[in-house]
Design a protein around this ligand. Structure first.
Ligand code: WTA
Length: 647
């Protein structure tokens, strides 16, 4: 991957002529968003309906102990903002167009009137199940409209949702149910993806078996395959609907009441339940959606992310609907029944904004141009990417082939913790640089610091921090505010540390160089190497494990596991296969190791610390540039590892 290409790709003339925000307007508004932050955000808050209007915007500090509040005297309801107000203003406008996994199956079209009635009935079902304000509700669903309904229904009655991606195992699901003391689970009999069935309900049963006790499990019928229903606990959604009506008021919530918890991986320990609250998050997602995608009323927005990730929260469930937009959701995968599936969907529905991930772009690029060019893509107006650094080659292909060189590409950098887009170019306003995310969003003040925390000016490379709070920022880690402080605000006192490395060029554009901590990014999915290590050492034959990422052509990074078996255990390919299956069982298919490297020893310092830097180099095929190895306790270990390297 060539990463240092800084060729400028100018804004296409049509996009420039049509832009609702010019480069000059961006500069003025950006300066105002920082210099007059209070007034700027109180005016942005006007994108949202408030039951009680806030009179203050930000009230926050990052040190000595982090405490973040936005719009704190305001009251609102997120579901009202995404549903009811549009059901009143534009009841016939489509809210969700749901494209099934099987291209020949029926498309569902849900207008705002129907959305309101369906979500209100869903919310009444939740109430009947015993869910009340503040309760945590775990959602483990396929990418169907009911997944979005479930989230909005929770928001409607003030319950806090915790969505768990369907690719996580029962073990991982159990941890996330226990982690937030959730007593309610919403799932489906099974999900459909790429022609295969995913046994979601069976996974929920396994997660709850002998583990946390749930008061109620609500099951949406999707595939119709047989499932076990536990009497007194499990109920079918379609049956529950029979006894409810669609009259369900939206609960008035304080701006700082939690809206959701989303588990994400960090460098140490178990995944953290990142907490987002209502007011700031809604203002942030509504405003970033409108700006980054230069949203127009006649757009059809298609974000390919699953609701199990933050992108599916901010740019499927909340951002587009808060703007009253029409969006397409897709149950399936990009390469089923063949590699033209995305482009076939674009043509069929006339998608105007497509938002996807570099891993999908790279996988589709490999199939050549024909699957793309055989479909009409003239409806496309904006292309977006998110989730991991995009290599310039993939960026160019996306721009040249998918967008015929006519469509602006926005490379949006952000994180679960940031709630929404933080760095991007604005379509129509800013020239693009392949591989560079671009400029800060309104209200975002990035800072590049060296390893001692000294801010670097001008062109620079270092650790990416943000020095001022923004409305969409996460407020805490569920049940462990000290961990929130420790993880994000203690590395560099007074700054939010992103965990990413970045470069800034002379034009003020930022390029993300990747994580500088022990988090890896596999196909756009965040994975803590420590999590995979803990899963490996749970296996009875494993003495020690060290996991690192290595460059992977399609996935961005692959998972490379060095494993030392217990004494007397044979290092066989059967053991490798067993360990791979073991990690899948413990965490889920998303964490399947690419390589298991069995080794008699790991490189350690004399004080016994594993030298990960060396392991990363060997896995990445850079064993000729290992750097300083003089602190190794036993240099022979390294030679043996290089000889056995599998990548
Ligand atoms: C990476 C996903 C480069 C980054 C929204 C970040 C990116 C992590 C980009 C967050 C991008 C996300 N360019 N890297 N445009 N977008 N990342 O929490 O390392 O799943 O810290 O949020 O993904 O992943 P998360």
């Amino acid at each position: 991957m060539i990463m240092d290409d800084t060729t400028i790709v100018p804004v296409p003339a049509t996009a420039k002529a049509d832009a609702s925000c010019t480069a000059e307007q961006y500069r003025t508004a950006y300066a105002r968003s920082l210099d007059e932050s209070e007034a700027f955000w109180l005016s942005q808050a006007g994108r949202i309906d408030w039951m009680k209007k806030p009179t203050v915007a930000g009230n926050w500090k990052f040190a000595p102990k982090v405490d973040i509040k936005w719009f704190e005297d305001g009251q609102l309801n997120a579901c009202w903002n995404c549903v009811d107000r549009h059901a009143i203003a534009t009841p016939d406008r489509m809210a969700i167009i749901s494209e099934p996994d099987d291209p020949d199956a029926a498309v569902r079209r849900i207008d705002y009137r129907t959305l309101k009635s369906d979500v209100a009935r869903f919310a009444n079902v939740l109430k009947e199940m015993g869910v009340s304000r503040g309760d945590r509700v775990t959602i483990y669903m396929p990418m169907i409209a009911e997944a979005v309904y479930a989230m909005l229904a929770c928001a409607r009655i003030g319950a806090v949702h915790s969505v768990v991606f369907g690719g996580f195992s029962p073990e991982a699901l159990r941890g996330r149910i226990e982690g937030c003391d959730s007593r309610f689970v919403i799932t489906a009999d099974a999900g459909r993806r790429g022609g295969k069935s995913i046994a979601l309900k069976a996974n929920v049963d396994a997660a709850l078996d002998g583990g946390p006790s749930a008061d109620a499990v609500l099951v949406v019928r999707v595939t119709g395959e047989p499932v076990t229903m536990t009497p007194g606990r499990d109920r079918w959604y379609h049956e529950a609907l029979e006894s409810v009506d669609d009259d369900c008021p939206c609960a008035p919530m304080n701006a700082e009441d939690p809206l959701f918890i989303l588990y994400t991986s960090g460098s140490t320990g178990k995944p953290k339940g990142v907490v987002h609250t209502t007011g700031g998050y809604m203002v942030w997602t509504a405003s970033t959606f409108a700006h980054a995608f230069d949203y127009r009323e006649d757009d059809l927005f298609f974000c390919t992310a699953d609701v199990g990730w933050i992108t599916g929260h901010s740019y499927v469930a909340y951002g587009p609907l808060a703007n009253g937009a029409t969006q397409l959701i897709f149950e399936g995968v990009p390469n089923h029944p063949d590699e033209s599936r995305f482009w076939q969907i674009v043509e069929k529905h006339k998608v105007s904004i497509l938002y996807t991930a570099p891993t999908a772009i790279r996988a589709l690029m490999r199939e050549g141009d024909a699957p793309v060019t055989k479909h009409d893509r003239s409806s496309l107006r904006i292309l977006g990417t998110v989730g991991e650094p995009i290599n310039p080659e993939a960026w160019r292909w996306y721009h040249r082939v998918v967008g015929d060189g006519q469509v602006p590409v926005v490379d949006t950098w952000w994180q679960t913790e940031t709630g929404g887009i933080m760095l991007t170019t604005l379509p129509g306003a800013h020239d693009m640089k392949p591989g560079w995310a671009g400029l800060p969003m309104f209200g975002v003040k990035p800072l590049i610091v060296d390893n001692d925390g000294r801010p670097l000016d001008g062109e620079a490379e270092g650790n990416l921090c943000i020095s001022e709070s923004w409305p969409g920022q996460a407020r805490s880690v569920y049940g462990d505010h000290a961990r929130f402080h420790q993880t994000y605000f203690s590395t560099y006192e007074g700054l939010y540390f992103t965990g990413d490395g970045a470069k800034r060029d002379a034009d003020g554009y930022y390029r993300i160089t990747g994580r500088v901590d022990d988090v890896i990014n596999v196909s756009g999915h965040r994975m803590g190497t420590a999590e995979v290590e803990s899963a490996l050492v749970l296996h009875g034959d494993v003495a020690e494990a060290a996991v690192v990422g290595y460059p992977h052509d399609i996935k961005g990074q692959g998972i490379y596991c060095y494993v030392t078996p217990n004494a007397g255990v044979a290092m066989t390919s059967e053991l490798e296969a067993e360990l791979r299956a073991h990690v899948r069982k413990e965490i889920g298919p998303v964490a399947t190791p690419d390589h298991i490297h069995l080794t008699a020893a790991l490189p350690k310092t004399r004080s016994g610390k594993i030298m990960r830097r060396i392991l990363r180099k060997i896995a990445g095929g850079e064993s000729d540039s290992l750097g300083d190895t003089s602190t190794l306790a036993d240099p022979n270990v390294v030679d043996a590892l290089i000889a056995g390297c599998k990548a």
